[in-house]
Design a protein around this ligand. Structure first.
Ligand code: ADP
Ligand code: MG
Length: 235
């Protein structure tokens, strides 16, 4: 069995005393390579906090987290940064693109951090943008693109280092229905190509695009189900 993510008794507590918040509460979770998982729950249920831990952006207060069989709690900050840059792609609700920077440069950015040379960067970023029908928007800045197009650029950026897993936090939260559907098509295609996708949403119809739906409330998993009509990932 190819386990990519394995969390045991994961707990994240913010603050102390009267302001103490248990955002993730003794949560156990395993995700296999090739799964398309949706994490669904109301606002404040701990979805983003969980994603930050699973995406190696933050460490839990207690519990253990293994990414690719490596104990993340024991990684140094530079090992964490390297894991994030090389193995994980992030997609956010508000796209998080550099504002006055062209689509192609935005996509190239993670490759600049990985010290890939200019020719290769341009080639890779161009291919990724062409693959999602943005071949004619390479030079456009975010303000010249629609929300859906900006999110596509963000997805291309997330893919540029060929990550093992994509984490998306409310990727359609700021998009109209048609753009949301296009983004879901892209995630499904990526998953078909054997990429692991973990998508956070509070919308059930968006979650239904996944092959597994995990519901969380108050930092705990309250249900964990395979979605209908979608094939289960092979392991
Ligand atoms: N940096 C933080 N400091 C203090 N409390 C936080 C912080 N981030 C999140 N929280 C709290 O943790 C809980 C879970 O938040 P979050 O993970 O953002 O939930 P969701 O993404 O499901 O809306 C909420 O009660 C929120 O107010
Ligand atoms: Mg959130």
């Amino acid at each position: 069995m190819d386990i990519l993510i394995s969390a045991r008794h994961l707990t994240k507590i913010y603050g102390e005393g009267p302001t103490k918040t248990v955002a993730v509460n003794n949560l156990n979770l395993q995700i296999k390579k090739g799964e398309f998982v949706a994490i669904i729950g109301p606002s404040g249920s701990g979805k983003s906090t969980l994603m930050h831990i699973l995406g190696c952006l933050d460490k839990p207060t207690s519990g253990t987290y293994f990414f690719e069989n490596k104990n993340v709690s024991k990684m140094s900050d530079s090992q964490l940064a390297q894991t994030r840059n090389k193995k994980i792609g992030f997609v956010f609700q508000f796209f998080n693109l550099l504002a006055r920077t062209s689509a192609i440069k935005n996509v190239e950015l993670p490759l600049i951090y990985s010290k890939v040379d200019k020719n290769q960067r341009v080639k890779k970023a161009t291919t990724l943008l062409k693959n999602i029908d943005l071949g004619d928007k390479l030079a456009s800045t975010p303000s010249q693109l629609s929300g859906g197009q900006q999110q596509k650029v963000a997805i291309a950026r997330a893919l540029v280092n060929d990550p093992k897993i994509i984490f998306a936090d409310e990727p359609t939260g700021n998009l109209d229905t048609k753009s949301s559907e296009e983004i879901m098509k892209i995630f499904k295609k990526l998953n078909k190509e054997n990429r692991t996708v973990v998508m956070i949403t509070h919308e059930r119809h968006i979650a239904k695009n996944a092959s597994r739906i995990i519901s969380i409330r108050d930092g705990r998993i309250i249900s964990d189900k395979s979605g209908k009509s979608i094939k289960l990932a092979k392991t």
